[in-house]
Design a protein around this ligand. Structure first.
Ligand code: ZN
Length: 298
């Protein structure tokens, strides 16, 4: 990952567009380490979902959100603690109420510093964005679910339990049928498995699959993934099916005497054949590694 120079992960406010009434998405335009960002309004309050990476991006998001809010009270939440999603929250201090689920708050406090250092190693542009990052502390922490009243519109914050990270949460706007999934769902790319043993082994392929089965059953009209184009419920089904096949193909081979290296090779070939257009093929190997581990501890 270090040999490749990452592009500057800049959030482009000018690309913002309404995905539903009083619900704006600032799209990531396919740029790595830029998340899809949401701004959801009610009669008296506005919720921002994700900060972008680093203080400068977050300042741009806050300025835009303040314009959209026109005097309404601001809230901030993040789908999980990873740097491009949450490492800008410090900028919102005193301007917005920062609320997240408990497991995510723990992730941010415990793993945040290590991720900050790791991401600084991803190239100059990324390191510049992370300059001056202080890990923010949430103003409000909930356990597993929280209904946020924005005035005439309630947003549901739901911790999913360990999946892509230990502290993932889903943000749903039921009246508009919109679901923000964070990195539990990406469009046009293979599922991101942050499987970095021995430093980080929180991602769970089996739990993630179970989460996706639950989310598919909710049938949202609009799905805003962590990265990639906004879509519909098919995005959820795609990830569910991918994780299912990834587990089956990995475990089928894990039961034999095959080496992990060969398993990776064979499973990657199956997955690339199923999704030749998807990016991020390097994440297949991480996913297989995670599922091999989970097979051994079943
Ligand atoms: Zn992530």
């Amino acid at each position: 990952m270090t040999e490749y120079e990452m592009p500057d992960p800049v959030v482009r406010i000018e690309d913002a567009r309404e995905a539903a009434r009083d619900l704006v998405v600032i799209p990531n335009r396919g740029v790595q380490l830029v998340p899809n960002i949401g701004i959801v309004g009610g009669s008296h309050s506005v919720l921002v979902v994700e900060t972008g990476m680093g203080p400068e991006n977050a300042e741009a998001v806050l300025k835009f959100a303040t314009e959209v809010a026109r005097g309404r009270r601001l809230y901030l939440t993040t789908t999980h603690f990873h740097p491009e999603h949450a490492f800008g929250a410090q900028v919102f201090a005193g301007e917005a109420t920062f609320l997240i689920n408990k497991a995510q708050a723990e992730d941010l406090a415990v793993k945040g510093p290590g991720y900050l250092e790791m991401f600084k190693g991803l190239g100059e542009a990324v390191a510049r964005r992370l300059d001056g990052v202080r890990l923010a502390r949430p103003d409000l922490v909930y356990d597993t679910d929280y209904d946020l009243d924005l005035g005439g519109r309630t947003v549901q914050l739901r911790a999913t339990g360990r999946a892509h990270s230990k502290g993932d949460q889903i943000v749903t706007v039921p009246d508009a049928g919109v679901m923000f999934t964070g990195d539990l769902v990406e469009s046009g790319q293979f599922a991101i498995f942050p499987w970095f043993p021995p430093h980080d082994i929180d991602v769970s392929g089996t739990r993630w699959l179970a989460v996706m089965e639950r989310l598919v059953a909710e049938r949202p009209r609009v799905v805003v993934p962590g990265h990639g184009d906004v879509g519909d419920a098919r995005l959820l089904e795609d990830v569910r099916d991918y994780l299912h096949v990834l587990r089956e193909e990995t475990w089928l081979r894990r039961g034999s005497a095959m080496s992990e290296e060969t398993i990776v090779e064979e499973v990657a070939a199956v997955m690339v054949a199923r999704h030749p257009e998807w990016e991020g093929r390097e994440w297949i190997e991480k996913g297989v590694g995670c599922l091999c581990y989970e097979h051994s501890v079943r």
